[in-house]
Design a protein around this ligand. Sequence first.
Ligand code: GDP
Ligand code: GDP
Length: 434
Amino acid sequence: MGSIVAIVGRPNVGKSTFFNRLIQRREAIVDSVSGVTRDRHYGKTDWNGREFSVIDTGGYVIGSDDVFEKDIDKQVELAIDEADVIIFVVDVTSGITPADEDVAKLLRKANKPTLIAVNKVDSNKNMLDATEFYSLGLGDYFTISAINGSGSGELLDAVVEALPEVTDEEEEELPKFAVVGRPNAGKSSFINALIGEERYIVTDIAGTTRDSIDTRYNRFGFDFKLVDTAGIRKKSKVKENLEFYSVMRSVRAIEHADVCILIFDASRGFDGQVENIFWLAERNRKGIVILANKWDKVDKETNTIKEYENAIIERIRPFVDVPIVFVSVLNKQRIFKAIETAVQVYKNKSTRIKTKVLNEVLLPEILKNPPPAIKGKYVKIKYITQLPTPQPQFAFFCNLPQYVKDSYKRFLENKLREHFDLNGVPVSIYMRKK
Ligand code: GDP
Ligand code: GDP
């Protein structure tokens, strides 16, 4: 089960600088609809072999210096609700401000692991100035410089330490679905169409926090759990901050799911924001089903479906082997198909291909199309095996793994997809020395 780390703090303390350092690259996304460049404010990272999602809550505050304190408060409250660990960033050059005290007050009341990162400690000179942050009443602090990277290792050690234990043993083999997407895509309508009637609920299994409640359903003859539907009941709490709230919820739900049902409003298009959610699910190695909703609103001609499919495929290259279902939640059209597809993706994700079968099928393909020689050296792939991981991962054993280029790995992935049903499932390909 994945975990979420939220970065909170008032504007200009260096949250986004620190976030970008964690995510390691600036993943600006140009929204094709508005033409506006948007930075990503959430992403996946890892430290000491532990992966987690990071959210820069500051990315959702509009304006910079003149933000109202209550806006920051709301972000912090949501972060407390949804995250597993909170990094509270403060600025050594300005010392404690009233806004910092405000945030600290909320965090002291909350029962969440919180780490203070005193930022802009670029050299030993201002190390001593950091001591005043003890008085925030949140315990020890970490001094960092988001700009030059110093101190972040110790902070991340502590973050990983504070993350909840990973529970590997899956209690039961039920597919866990998360319904994700932008505000107004039709998520609640879809969930209501699925679960509207209480009698389909099988049991309520309360998670460790009140936000991770998986509810079990038996609907259309399928047995599955919906992840984190509880959040929907809290919606009123966050009217003003819909995009941020929705991202928080999506990140959380994705982390906890096997398959993400990504809904978008087909009458508005598959835009950069939808794409962000798609890639987060992919980075998390979750199964994905895309639902093009509100199909009732779209003027349809002979090729409309094909055109829509192509437009989506352009955005999700190279991971294009993903099912797209055109639905109208309003008219309850193809709801069954949507769930059926999600169940199929779950099965694909659980595929275990025997080593013998893999080799019989793939070695001849490799023989026909061997990796190109590099510097006069030939790469020989000797055998292939699927690793015993929850998501499909394949190891290709060969003499010179470092010479295999990404383009050839993509070729191997395509061959895998051609021969085995991995529709909707991200796969990993590793070259190993043998
Ligand atoms: P946010 O509003 O909290 O996300 O803050 P930003 O990341 O946008 O940073 C605000 C300003 O502080 C920018 O001008 C950054 O370049 C600067 N800054 C961020 N981290 C550091 C740091 O470690 N040292 C110094 N000297 N400046 C920093
Ligand atoms: P959420 O924010 O993603 O949970 O979206 P909602 O389920 O609240 O839906 C947003 C709006 O879209 C509501 O007014 C719904 O009635 C409407 N809506 C949802 N699905 C459909 C659909 O298939 N067709 C049409 N025309 N409207 C829909």
